[in-house]
Structures are given as C-alpha cells and as structure tokens.
Design a protein around this ligand. Sequence first.
Ligand SMILES: *[C@@H]1O[C@H](CO)[C@@H](O)[C@H](O)[C@H]1NC(C)=O
Ligand SMILES: *[C@@H]1O[C@H](CO)[C@@H](O)[C@H](O)[C@H]1NC(C)=O
Ligand SMILES: *[C@@H]1O[C@H](CO)[C@@H](O)[C@H](O)[C@H]1NC(C)=O
Length: 174
Amino acid sequence: MKTFYYLLLISLFISLSNASIVEETCKNISSSHPYIAYDFCVSSFKSYNASSQAADQRALAIIASRLANSTAVKTQARIQELMEAEKNQPRKNRLDVCMEGYSLAIDDLRTAEQAIGAERDTDAQIFLSAALGASSDCEDAFAEAEDACPLETENGEYDQMAAIALAIVAALHR
Ligand SMILES: *[C@@H]1O[C@H](CO)[C@@H](O)[C@H](O)[C@H]1NC(C)=O
Ligand SMILES: *[C@@H]1O[C@H](CO)[C@@H](O)[C@H](O)[C@H]1NC(C)=O
Ligand SMILES: *[C@@H]1O[C@H](CO)[C@@H](O)[C@H](O)[C@H]1NC(C)=O
C-alpha cells in the first residue's frame, strides 16, 4: 500500500512538473514576444502527446520544430488544392511562390531539428529564422500584386509555430 502511494505521488509530481514546463515556457516566450499567443502555444504543445514527457526546454524546442513542420506540410496540401482549382495563371504563380517557400522551410526545419539535438543552437536559430520566412514570403507575393492571400489562416498558424520554436531556442542560453 505504501509503495502504491509513493508511485502515485511520483507520477503526480511528474505530471505536474511536465504540465508546468509547457505552461512556464509558453508564459515566458509569450511575455517577451507579444505576437506569440500564450493559449495557442499551450494548446499546440498539448496536441502533441510527447510534450507531456518533455524533460526540458531543448525537448520542447524539438517538438515545436516538428509541430511547425506538420503545419508546413498541412499548408502545402492546402496550396495544392488551391492550385488545382485556380484558373488564373498569375494567381497560380503566386501560389507557386508559397509552395516553394514551404518546401524550403520543411528542409530548414529538418536541419534545425538536427542542430537543436546536437546543441548547435546558433545554427538552429539561423535555420529556424530562414524557415520562418515562408509565411511572410507567401503573404508578400500576394500583397505585391494587391491580391488577397487565400492562405492567411495557414500562414498565421505556421508563423506562430515557427516563432515559438525560434523563441525557445533563443532562450536556451539564458
Ligand atoms: C522562465 O523565466 C524565468 C525568469 O526569467 C526563469 O527563471 C525560468 O527558468 C524560465 N522558465 C522556463 C521554463 O523557461
Ligand atoms: C495521444 O494519446 C491519446 C491517449 O493516450 C491517444 O488516444 C491518441 O491516439 C494519441 N494521439 C497521437 C497523435 O498519438
Ligand atoms: C514533417 O512532416 C511530415 C508529415 O507529417 C513527415 O513525413 C516528416 O517526416 C516530417 N519531418 C520532420 C523532419 O519531422
């Protein structure tokens, strides 16, 4: 019976401390980066099961890169749909800019994830910053043509997720 209570206490402690690492990290980065929304940050991590086992900030940074990757892959699927339905060539070209940007971002996120794992944090920041450009390049392609971007929601979500990964890596050394 005693063992049972110890195990209960230990698992309670582990789940409390893991809940707080996500929440504390999200609180810290959202307070220093006004465009990162605390609720979005917490719910994104909670959507990823392994977050509850993340032992430290580095593990969370890797998870954030993977979440940004999933968002990029999802956005590409959406771009593909839009391209298939689009008859206007200039608009198709703009969608193509977005598609290319996200392809590069997916490569950069993979490199960033490896760099975080290898504790090469400066490299990780460079690749995450590059990856972060995908959403704004896509927005710019439409803005320059004075055309409404059909990917505002997807770009916004991606931008937040990539910014979260970058903010966590940037905080690793402090
Ligand atoms: C949050 O910020 C505080 C104050 O800078 C710091 O002491 C703490 O370690 C940080 N926690 C996380 C999980 O980043
Ligand atoms: C996350 O965990 C829950 C409960 O353990 C499980 O039902 C669900 O399928 C898991 N989701 C993923 C994406 O692995
Ligand atoms: C990015 O996401 C796709 C789709 O979920 C997956 O196949 C790929 O392995 C992911 N890449 C990385 C580096 O996690």
